[in-house]
Design a protein around this ligand. Structure first.
Ligand code: DGL
Length: 281
């Protein structure tokens, strides 16, 4: 018996945790942020795999039967190897799930034009994970991606709601829409990006005015969809569901200083949290 583990390179996965806890508050959770080594977005496949595996092992050690990689970059670069190479021999009774497939599943139903844009870190865009998953699930869909290298630093440095953020949000959105003006659905394929949502909506409205088009573009933050997908998974896997404890408690672990995490986490969660410092190796 144990908690659901949620892993992210930093604070972004808190948007996923928040979505999950809103839908399923009765379960226990352990959130692990590898804040000392974030961001992962520009790191190589090998390094992201190594770091993510260390985090998964730590969450297993803490008793989690199920771990969600609440990070698109880790889901894109490490999930498949963990599921195919590590789990079968080292931890056959545990499960690790990611955030890309559940997002790809719902997005096909939301787009009318079948032209979808993905905004994400450089690592996620280069991996083409969204393109591959969406093409498999929704053939005939056109998918274009745009890396937004400044967006995670804007959030991590608490600049996401300041005027300086407008330039970078506008720049990345213009680049995305220039690739394919028929896009009617945009995936926020990075867990940090929901904090920029007010600016994204503002800049998109501005862009559509310039193009003399009504703003009908849907923007998809992931939290609520990952929560729905996890709930569905647990219904389909009662053998896993019965191994999860239900006390409504959430513990927080970070590789950075606990004080720093506590301060920054309040931006995402709007509440004070108890945090423990850990090391990964
Ligand atoms: N949270 C990560 C994601 O969803 C991005 C942050 C990072 O680059 O580490 O991709």
């Amino acid at each position: 018996m144990g908690s659901i583990g949620i892993f992210d390179s930093g604070y972004g996965g808190l948007t996923i945790l928040d979505g999950i806890r809103q839908r399923m508050p009765e379960y226990d959770y352990i959130y692990l942020g590898d804040n000392a080594r974030a961001p992962y977005g520009t790191r190589s496949f090998d390094v992201v795999y190594e770091f993510t595996l260390q985090a998964v092992k730590k969450l297993f050690e803490k008793g989690c039967p199920l771990v969600i990689l609440g990070c698109n970059t880790a889901s894109a670069k490490a999930l498949r190897s963990i599921q195919q190479k590590y789990l079968p021999t080292a931890a056959p009774d545990r499960r690790v799930l990611g955030v890309i497939r559940p997002t790809a599943e719902i997005v096909g139903e939301l787009s009318h034009t079948k032209h979808i844009g993905v905004l994400a870190t450089e690592g996620t865009i280069k991996s083409e994970s969204y393109n591959l998953e969406i093409a498999k699930l929704h053939p005939g869909t056109t998918i274009v991606g745009q890396a937004c290298p400044m967006w995670v630093p804007l959030v991590e440095n608490n600049e996401f709601d300041k005027p300086g953020a407008d330039y970078f949000v506008k720049d990345s959105l213009e680049k995305l829409m220039a690739q394919d003006p028929l896009i009617d659905t945009i995936i926020l394929g990075c867990t940090h990006y929901p904090l920029l949502l007010p600016k994204i909506k503002q800049q998109l409205a501005h862009l559509s005015t310039l193009n003399a088009q009504p703003s009908t573009i849907k923007i998809i933050p992931q939290g609520q969809y990952i929560a729905a997908s996890l709930e569905d998974y647990l219904h389909r896997h009662p053998e896993m569901d019965t191994r999860l404890t239900r006390g409504g408690i959430c513990q927080y672990l970070t590789t950075e200083s606990a004080t720093k995490f506590r301060e920054s986490a309040s931006l995402f969660l709007h509440e004070e949290v108890e945090v423990q410092h850990i090391t990964l190796n």
